[in-house]
Design a protein around this ligand. Structure first.
Ligand code: TRP
Ligand code: SF4
Length: 402
């Protein structure tokens, strides 16, 4: 059992836009107040799709951090770092690869989907790295023993896979020599009364699958002072019959906000030219929204329209309260309002939202060393934690010869 820890990453493949903000960053900002958080630039992952022209990675990685900080990520609460600065991720990816069945990777839904999508654009994704994408993601998560991973829906299957990999690792390598004896010895250290309760609860869980008994026994272990970390882990592991839990199983945290689409009603993406960037000026925002496509049925001002056929409606769903939404539905369907009129509340809401973001960004834009130092600190902290896990992993896999 390990402490709660949140981890997530983003690939630095272009400027951050409102899709990133609503789909991830806003959630990260609130999570940092609840848990220790780790957020990183997944630059190796970016190479999956950008190996032929990696220049965009270099060009956007620092800007991405500025956007995160500007969005409200607080470096005194969250640890920020760059994946490739922590080469331990690569070592863990390699070690996991030896016991990850090929079929597990091939059946991840994004594998086939993305491959087909890229093939349509004439890009070849028949690479080893692409197949291994979720495996490296597994290393990112497991190396920090993160149990909570905020991701979008498309990534939930990856986190599921990571759970299975962690479970398989613990099953294969969590049995130290003489585990049973050591675990029995640890039970005795609980003292006679607690030891008896522990055994009863363990039997109840193992024979009847009583989850409450498992919980209670875990709490008993957690509340016992003076146990060594090793004994504590053995006692947790012994409850479930297996060995020690070396890697912890993560769970996905889904963001529940309504999805923010691009100016054309498709997925927001810098490369599709349909994005509002986090640091767009008010003039940019106004122009982008005023020129947005609306329901094509509204040729003249007097033609009624249908909001559900209009990408502006998606913005209202994210930004407007129920009253304004009613005003849109009504006004559009009866030609009571014009499109520019309809767009104004959205323009105002977006400008109000990104104003403080743009303002917070200024200090970092003006002094790049600020960001460099934050990332340097974050990398050091991440590296220390990664080392801890890797020591356990190497030992469990029989790799620490001396
Ligand atoms: N695959 C994620 C994305 O495309 C980025 C990522 C890499 C990630 N490693 C991760 C997210 C680990 C969460 C945890 O957005
Ligand atoms: Fe779209 Fe609003 Fe125009 Fe209707 S009135 S078509 S919802 S912009």
């Amino acid at each position: 059992m390990f402490e709660d820890r949140v981890l997530s990453g983003m690939r630095p493949t272009g400027a951050m836009h409102l899709g990133h903000y609503h789909g991830a960053l806003k959630n990260w900002v609130s999570l940092q107040n609840e848990y220790p958080c780790f957020f990183f630039a997944a630059d190796w992952h970016a190479l999956t799709s950008h190996y032929e022209d990696p220049s965009v990675i270099e060009a956007t990685v620092w800007d991405m951090f500025i956007d995160w900080l500007a969005a409200g990520i607080d470096p005194s609460k969250a640890t920020l770092f760059i994946q490739s600065r922590i080469p331990q991720h690569a070592e863990l990816t390699l070690l996991l690869s030896f016991f990850t069945p090929l079929a597990w990777l091939e059946r991840v839904p994004t594998y086939k989907d993305q491959m087909e999508k890229h093939a349509e654009h004439g890009r070849d994704l028949l690479t080893y790295g692409f197949l291994g994408y979720p495996l490296m993601q597994g290393a990112d998560i497991l190396i920090y023993r993160a149990n909570k991973v905020p991701v979008g829906e498309d990534q939930v299957a990856h986190v599921e896979l990571v759970r299975e990999i962690a479970r398989r690792f613990n099953h294969l390598f969590g049995r130290e020599k003489g585990f049973e004896e050591k675990a029995e010895a640890a039970v005795k250290k609980l003292g006679p009364k607690k030891a008896k309760l522990y055994r009863t609860l363990r039997t109840r869980f193992q024979e009847q699958g009583d989850a409450a008994a498992l919980e209670q026994a875990r709490a008993l272990v957690t509340d016992t002072q003076n146990l060594s970390l090793g004994d504590q882990e053995r006692l947790y592991g012994f409850l479930e019959g297996g060995g020690r839990m070396i890697l912890s199983e993560p769970e996905a945290l889904l963001t529940s906000t309504p999805k923010l689409l691009g100016l054309d009603g498709e997925k927001m993406s810098k490369s599709q030219d349909n994005a509002i960037l986090l640091r767009d000026t008010p003039e940019h925002v106004t122009k982008k929204i005023r020129t947005m496509q609306t329901d094509p049925a509204r040729v003249r001002r007097s033609d009624p329209g249908e909001p559900t056929k209009c990408p502006v409606w998606n913005l209202h769903q994210v930004y407007s309260d129920a009253n304004t939404q009613d005003w849109v539905l009504q006004g559009c369907r009866t030609a009571g309002i014009g499109c520019l009129e309809c767009k104004q509340p959205v323009i105002d809401a977006i400008n109000a939202e990104i104003k403080p973001i743009r303002e917070r960004a200024t200090q970092y834009e003006e002094d790049p060393t600020l960001v460099r130092n934050i990332i340097q600190d974050g990398c050091e902290k991440a590296s220390d934690l990664a080392d801890e896990t890797m020591r356990d992993v190497r030992e469990a896999m029989g790799l620490n010869y001396n």
